[in-house]
Design a protein. Structure first.
Length: 554
């Protein structure tokens, strides 16, 4: 055809305006209904074509689509007051497009009622010959009700679906073909089905994607795909066991390499994944009501599934249940607000955990399993749980066990480097009155500072604190400083390093920090009050601490 001319098609004697595209355009402004099988209501087979619908379009025949374009660079718009409805079985689709660089926008209503009647289907994925991936925007509503139907389907690569409206799938999963042949997997009955590679879903704030059918899956994504959720993704359907699929009943299913889920909204239902590297990024507004298991059919030695949690820099602290996150090999906590870990987060003994910023606190009876947990600059590790692995505290990092006070267990080694801090809170000399770090391997203090924070407690001569134990021995570099907080600068103590740990002993009775001094002066007839405050709450000493030797503050 001549690409320099625009073919205008009149439907129901509507008024057609000019368009910037080079292909045919159909503008529908009046109701249209078809009843025959395979009788699509509005269809164009051409490139650079456009369908604009602002009325009601209905089909009742088998395999009869409402709106359909086949050809590259096509555009379909279902306007705000428009309604598209299909009622026949056999894949009667609301909007079907086939081609590359397609654009579909639904601002109105799409309803499908027949078996396998998908809401929107996009075929085509080429990014060669200058084509871009297709884009789909939904600010209206998509509702599918027939068995085996999907709300939105991409059959191809490099396509994006952006949702600010609703995608509701009430359909049960189809368990057999029309001839009775059983289906072994749950590849239908989804809200969003992103088949192919490098496809993306953006569910913005206010967007709703929900499935309620038996054995349904709300969102499925494959290799290279990504999901950004600021809204609601929910699966409220029952799992019957009639469909032998690991994705039955899941809110999100991720299978393939390099898939990313960014969640700051709400996900109701389980998240499953495997066979490839998956990245799950959560922020402080994220809520997941269900479990996350990305280790299905995974090989821990080959995959590096990542869990990242950003608590943000303001607002309340956050709490997660580590037992709800399975199959990850790496974990990173960021954000200045604290993250409290309940349950057991198992990254396997090959895994890596990192505290980039803020506090990661292990609650009582919680365990974080990893080969190494790193506490980065300005970050802190605390709590009364267990690190099943080794801990490295980098410069300006902090390890502070307990909840005023408490015991933190480390099954591997502990290493502290220059500029780091080990903070021990002390409320008394009896066991349970001071923080303790128990190390199952070797404790190596290559530098940094040990801070004893005395809280409403003044040590007496002879008081001893076994605050650091190490089953495989201990090394303390002479550069390590010791600081006392909460007592006057006349207090002296010794640290004795043994094969099993380090013991603190008070060498005299501590005195409280002196009250601030107040001076009153009169200058040129004015009363000048100067508050001179000297808060000598700390006292430090450095020196070599060898096994069996004692050093004291001077």
């Amino acid at each position: 055809m001549n690409n320099n001319k625009r073919s205008i098609v009149l439907v129901n004697l509507m008024l057609v305006s000019a368009s910037a595209m080079a292909g045919p355009v159909i503008v529908n402004t009046t109701p249209k209904t078809t009843t025959g099988d395979n009788e699509d209501a509005i269809v164009i087979f051409d490139s650079d074509a456009e369908i604009q619908n602002s009325s009601t379009v209905q089909t009742f025949g088998v395999s009869a689509d409402a709106l359909r374009i086949s050809g590259d660079r096509g555009t379909v718009t279902n306007g705000e007051s428009a309604r598209v409805e299909t009622n026949g079985d056999g894949f009667a689709v609301g909007i079907r497009v086939r081609g590359d660089e397609m654009s579909i926008r639904n601002e109105g209503t799409i309803v499908t009622n027949g078996t396998n009647g998908d809401g929107i289907v996009v075929f085509g994925d080429s990014t060669t010959n200058g084509y871009q991936g297709s884009q789909v925007f939904n600010s209206g509503s998509i509702t599918v009700n027939g068995v085996g139907a999907d709300g939105f389907v991409i059959e191809g690569d490099n396509t994006s679906f952006t949702n600010t409206g609703s995608v509701i799938n009430n359909a049960d999963v189809r368990t057999a073909l029309p001839d009775g042949t059983p289906l072994g997997g749950s590849d239908n009955g989804t809200g969003i089905y992103l088949a192919g590679a490098n496809n993306t879903l953006q569910n913005h704030s206010g967007g709703i994607i929900r499935t309620s059918g038996e054995d349904s899956t709300t969102v499925r994504v494959f290799a290279g795909g990504s999901i950004d959720n600021d809204g609601l993704i929910e699966n409220s359907g029952a799992v019957t066991g009639n469909v032998p699929s690991i994705v039955s009943g899941a809110a999100i299913a991720m299978f393939g390499a390099d898939i990313t889920l960014n969640n700051s909204g709400t996900i109701v239902g389980n998240i499953v994944g495997g066979v490839g590297n998956q990245v799950v990024n959560l922020d402080r507004t994220s809520e997941i009501i269900g479990s996350v298991n990305v280790g299905i059919a995974d090989s821990p030695t080959n995959d590096r599934d990542q869990l990242n949690y950003d608590t943000g820099n303001s607002g309340l602290n956050r709490t997660i249940n580590g037992s709800s996150f399975l199959g990850f090999e790496t974990f990173t906590k960021s954000g200045n607000r604290a993250l409290l870990l309940n349950g057991d987060l198992d990254l396997t003994t090959l895994g890596e955990a990192t505290v980039e910023s803020g506090l990661l606190s292990l609650n009582a009876d919680s365990t974080l399993t990893a080969n190494t947990l790193r506490v980065k600059r300005g970050a802190q590790l605390g709590g009364t749980g267990t690190v099943n692995g080794s801990v490295i505290v980098e410069s300006v990092g902090i390890i502070g066990p307990g909840f005023s006070p408490g015991i933190l267990d480390i099954t591997g080694d502990l290493e502290l480097y220059a500029g780091s801090q080990l903070i021990i809170e002390v409320t008394g000399a009896d066991p349970g009155d001071f923080d303790v770090v128990n190390v199952g391997g070797t404790a190596r203090l290559f530098g940094g500072e040990i801070v004893f924070d005395f809280q409403d407690y003044l040590p007496k001569i002879g008081d001893m604190l076994d605050f650091l134990t190490a089953s495989a021995g201990i090394f303390i570099d002479p550069s390590v400083a010791v600081t006392f907080a909460g007592v006057s600068d006349s207090f002296r103590a010794s640290l004795t390093a043994t094969a099993a740990g380090v013991v603190f002993e008070a060498l005299n009775d501590a005195l409280p920090v002196p009250a601030p001094a107040t001076w009153i002066l009169t200058v040129s007839g004015l009363l000048l009050i100067i508050l001179r405050r000297r808060d000598n709450r700390s006292r430090s000493f450095t020196g070599e601490v060898a096994s069996g030797a004692a050093h004291q503050a001077r």
